[in-house]
Design a protein. Sequence first.
Length: 389
Amino acid sequence: MQQTAYLDSNATSRPAPEVVDAVAQMLTEDWANPSSVHRFGQRARQRVELAREQVCKLINCRTRELIFTSGATESNNLALRGILAARPNQRTIITTRLEHSAVREPCAHFAEVHDYNVIYLPVSLDGLIDLDALAETLDKHEGDVALVAIHWINNETGVIQPVDAIGDLCRRHGVLFFSDATQAIGKVPCDLSELPFSAMSFSAHKFHGPKGAGGLYVRRGTPLIPQTLGGPHERERRGGTENTPGIVGLGFAAELADRFLQTDGPSIGAARRDRLEAAIIEAVPDAVVNSAGAPRLWNTTNIGFAPLTSEAILLMLSEKGISAAAGAACSSGSLEPSPVLLAQGIAEPVAHGSIRLSLSRYTTDEEIDYAIATIPPAVARLRASMPAV
Ligand code: PMP
C-alpha cells in the first residue's frame, strides 16, 4: 500500500473515534427533536445540554454565552452582522487583510453594499498586526468604531496575534472585539474569563469533531441582533432545529481537546513540526519559512519554494500520498498566490510557491519521516524540470 501523510489538519482534521461513535449514536438512537416534550425528545435535549457544558468547559464561559451554529462561517457572519445591526450609528470596522474569507468577505460586503468604513491595519512581514496603528486608528475614529474584527491564530501561517494587547486597546476605547478563533480552539488553551473577546467563533471539524457544527461565544452584555429568525432555539439567537449529532460530536471533541491540552501533546506535536520544518529547510536550497519570526501555533508551518508554484508542488505531493495545502482550502484551486502572504508583504514568487503543512494530535512520526523523505526530492525534481530563465 502507498505510504501517506495527512498534513492538512488546518483544512479539516480527522474525526476522533469517540466522536464518530457519539455522532452515530445520535443518528441511530437519540435522534428525537430536542424541542419535543416527550421523554424521547428530552433525552436528546439532555445530550445537547451536556455538549454545551463540555464546550463551555473547554473555553471557560457560561452556558448561556454559547450559541451552537453550523460552523465558523456562520458564526463569523452572525457575529459581524449581529453586532453591526445592534450598533447602527457606528460605521467603522477595524480589521486586517489576514482574515479568513468568512470574515474578509462579510467586511467587504459591508463596505460595498452598506457603505461602511472598513479599515485594514498594517501588518509586519511576519504577519503580526501593528498595535500602534490600531491605537492610532481607535483614537482617530473614536466614537465611530462598531467593531474590531481580528482573528486569534492564522489558518495559513499559524501566527498567533497579540489578542491580549488588542483587547486592552479595545477596552480602553470601549470598543467591541470579535475574534475568529477557529484555528485556536482545541489546539491552545482558551480561558474566556481572561481573554478580552466580546465574541469569538470556532468550528468542531478543526479539532477532530464533525463538519457542520461550531459555536459563537457572545460575552454577557454584548449586543447581538439574531440573523436567522425562526423558532426560539439557542435562546432566540439562532432559529432552527439543533444539529444534534453535530453538537454532540462537538461536545465530545471539546472534552477530548480539553484532556489533550492538559498533556504534553502540544509540545510533542511542536517537536514534530519543528523536525519537519528544519529537515526541509536544510535539504532544499532557498526554501523559506514564512512568519518564522512570529509566535506560531505548534501544528503549522508555511514554506516558500520559489520559483515554483504551489499548485505544481501540491499535485506532485498528492501523487505521492501527501496531503498539503496552499492558502485556505476554500480558495485552493485558484492560481493566485495567497492574499494572506501577499498582505504580509512576502515577495510574490515566494508567496506563489508557498505551501502549508499542518499537523494534528494524530500525526505520527512515520508521517513526518515520509514527508521529510519525499518533499525535498519532489521540489528538486520540479525545479530541475523548469525551463531556464
Ligand atoms: N475561519 C478560519 C480561520 C478557518 O480556518 C475556517 C476554515 N478554513 C473558517 C473560518 C470556516 O470554518 P467552517 O468550515 O466551519 O465554516
